[in-house]
Design a protein around this ligand. Structure first.
Ligand SMILES: Cc1cc2nc3c(=O)[nH]c(=O)nc-3n(C[C@H](O)[C@H](O)[C@H](O)COP(=O)(O)O)c2cc1C
Ligand code: SF4
Length: 670
């Protein structure tokens, strides 16, 4: 009997019976070719269905060619989609998981594409984030798009899906009609509240006419756009009350945020350190307003949090999207009470929404199999031959390699010279805004190692002689990197400190001037600046990049920018560190090469790159039949590359011919 009685209770949503209260909300996988889902998308969702999830809402499917958010958007209006939907629904139904499609039109929100669509919207009001200026829709175009919603819903039903969700959230087209700041029309679709609601009311009506009564239809909406001039909870309550009165709606999927501004967009996929389950009160208010079943999500990472939401009547279903990207088996583990086996999402955004915005297939830095299920899962089977594997270095890459090798039944030893696992995660956990990410990732890997057969040896520096004595069949070298120290004048000045030491510095005093040099546009320099400013220093953050945080996913960068402004940190882009001359810090402009001397800095922090630790690999590279080098010791990059290379090294121990290859361009063939 499960301890989470409410979460694992069946529920009827419209005409769809769901076996539990956990759903995966719509999220783009980029496993789409020419508008049609690929086999990799099916394999991706199948892993989550197999893991016990009750409902999967498939990613945004455009209802009209003008509504494509990117080149990789699913073409929900295209008749070829029926075949793909059939395969998706047949696969998920085998596991008792129900499947909806999300019907989508972005309006003025056009992210990117090979060829950028002319954006259509109720009125010519620009999207600030994408710098799009839309053209006002003609009445004929409005009619065509409404028909597109109806046709796309019918195709979803023909493909065996269980329902559709009309996307009205995040400032996309239906909400561009209902919001007075984006709808300046003077015809029957603009002006009064009733006129601005006409578009969505007609869409819902036409969808029902197209699918008939024996289907499930709901909407997704932002209960609060959480941005300047955006719609608020008060508006959302009015909208839901009106729709509940005018239309048949089987559910409202509550989210927050707005695509058109930096601040609003953060809530599309909220990062750490934002609070867990921060929208549950919003869910409750919408549930009360409409007396309609409500779904709520966003940063719900733990099934116990989800249980409380259902138990306290905040919502009827809980969105746990990234929670199941990281750990597809989370629902089954929670059902069985195996909470110690669940890996939590750390809210980094790097490989899920980060990949989406780079046009890459979905993945996860903690679960590099995600999005590659079709290729990786067959390789992760138990092997008959119990080879011995030595993994040197217990950072994220080494831990991932050790766990993946253990899954295949190898005899694994993981050694690290430190007395704690984690490598650079131990530095990251001291950084003010990365604390939760690091702690949570350390916790996840600690649990995985604890239930594995991996022999973990800490506080032990590995030498060539020890490797010879151990005589492993395979070696995975994951010994990381160290700070790069530029050989410039003044580098030995006692005020200079490398970034990974700054979080341990004990003599930082309020009022001191501090300058931080960032080379990667990444988090260490920003975190150092925040750390110093929070201790009362007057901080300048200098980056070689075009802007601060250039390499950080934009939703997380938004949170960093807010913090940097709140702390009055001075930002200076496209400059680098030119050394220390006459006691002054030299800052160089990368375009004009002009040098500037800055006086009176008591703390000079360098985050100017890392150097790979290659020495051990050179000594041991011939000591086993398979020796691989992964992560930072191969070339300093991020955790994502480290864990992916750890996984790939582990699946390639046995047989180099079984190498993972990407087949994401396959269409669904049924
Ligand atoms: C890669 C990715 C793509 C997304 N695409 C969509 C989408 O197509 N439509 C949508 O309404 N939300 C989209 N979202 C937002 C998610 O549905 C969800 O609201 C968000 O991930 C927060 O929930 P979580 O904390 O449970 O992950 C996307 C999220 C991710 C991570
Ligand atoms: S990449 Fe980061 S935010 Fe995305 S699912 Fe994985 S842990 Fe969560």
């Amino acid at each position: 009997m499960t301890q989470l009685k409410n979460l694992f209770t069946k529920v009827m949503i419209g005409n769809t019976e769901l076996k539990n209260r956990i759903l995966s909300t719509a999220h783009q996988t980029n496993h789409v070719t020419d508008g049609i889902p690929t086999k990799d998308m099916i394999a991706y969702h199948e892993a989550r269905a197999k893991g016990g999830i009750g409902l999967i809402v498939l990613e945004a499917a455009a209802v009209h060619p003008s509504g494509m958010l990117t080149t990789n958007t699913v073409a929900g209006f295209d008749r070829r989609i029926v075949e793909a939907y059939s395969k998706l629904s047949e696969t998920m139904h085998q596991y008792g998981t129900k499947v909806f499609s999300q019907l989508f039109h972005g309006g003025r929100e056009v992210v990117s594409s090979d060829y950028r669509n002319a954006a259509l919207a109720p009125s010519s009001v620009p999207s600030l984030r994408f710098s799009t200026m839309p053209r006002p829709m003609s009445l004929e175009e409005i009619e065509e798009v409404i028909e597109g919603f109806a046709v796309s819903a019918k195709l979803a039903k023909e493909g065996g899906l269980d329902g559709v969700e009309i996307c009205c959230s995040h400032g996309y087209l239906p909400s561009q009609f209902w919001a007075s700041h984006t709808n300046l029309r003077t015809d029957e679709y603009g002006g009064s509240f009733e006129n601005r609601m006409r578009f969505i009311v007609e869409v819902i009506e036409r969808v029902w006419n197209a699918v008939g009564d024996d289907f499930t239809v709901g909407i997704r909406m932002s209960a609060d756009e959480m941005t300047m001039d955006g719609t608020t909870m008060k508006d959302a309550v009015q909208i839901v009350e009106y729709l509940a009165d005018k239309s048949r709606l089987d559910f409202v999927n509550v989210t927050a945020g707005d695509s058109s501004t930096y601040a609003g967009s953060t809530h599309i996929v909220p990062p750490s350190p934002m609070k867990h389950a921060y929208l549950s009160a919003h869910g409750f208010k919408i549930r009360m307003a409409g007396a309609i079943p409500v779904f709520v999500g966003s940063r719900i990472v733990d099934p116990v949090e989800a249980e409380q939401i259902i138990a306290t009547g905040k919502a009827d279903m809980v969105g746990m999207t990234r929670a199941t990207i990281v750990d597809p088996d989370m629902p089954n583990k929670a059902l069985k009470g195996e909470f110690h086996l669940i890996d939590a999402c750390i809210g980094c955004l790097q490989a899920c929404i980060g990949h989406y915005h780079k046009g890459l297939p979905i993945s996860c830095i903690q679960n590099p199999q995600a999005g590659k299920e079709a290729q990786i899962l067959p390789l992760l089977q138990k092997k008959n031959d119990k080879k011995s594997v030595l993994v040197i270095g217990a950072g994220p890459g080494g831990m991932e390699a050790a766990v993946a090798a253990d899954t295949q039944g190898y005899d694994v030893t993981l050694i690290d010279q430190s007395d704690r696992i984690g490598g650079l995660l131990q530095t990251m956990r001291k950084a003010p805004m990365r604390h939760e990410m690091a702690e949570s990732m350390l916790d996840n890997y600690s649990k995985q190692l604890a239930v594995s057969n991996v022999n973990v040896k800490l506080g032990q520096k590995v030498t060539r002689e020890e490797v010879i004595a151990l005589a492993p069949d395979a070696i995975i070298c994951a010994v990381g990197s160290r700070s790069y120290i530029p050989q410039v004048e003044g580098i030995n000045d006692p005020r200079v400190i490398m970034v990974d030491k700054i979080f341990n510095k004990t003599d930082i005093m309020a009022g001191q001037n501090a300058i931080v040099f960032d080379f990667g546009g990444d988090w260490p320099g920003i975190e150092a600046a925040i750390h110093l400013a929070e201790k009362g220093c007057k901080v300048t953050l200098v980056t070689t990049r075009l802007h601060v945080g250039e390499e950080i996913h934009q939703y997380l960068r938004n949170e960093y920018m807010k913090k940097l402004y709140q702390l009055n940190i001075t930002m200076k882009a496209h400059h680098d560190f030119g050394g220390i001359i006459n006691g002054n810090v030299v800052v160089r402009n990368l375009f004009t090469h002009k040098r500037e001397e800055m006086e009176n800095h008591k703390i000079i922090v360098l985050s100017v790159g890392r150097v790979p630790n290659t020495e051990l690999y050179e000594e041991i590279k011939n000591l086993a039949p398979t020796v691989s080098q992964i992560g930072d010791c191969l070339a300093p990059r991020t955790i994502e590359e480290a864990t992916l290379e750890g996984l790939l090294a582990a699946v390639n121990i046995e047989d180099n011919s079984s190498r993972y290859s990407d087949s994401s361009s396959d269409y669904v063939q049924v």
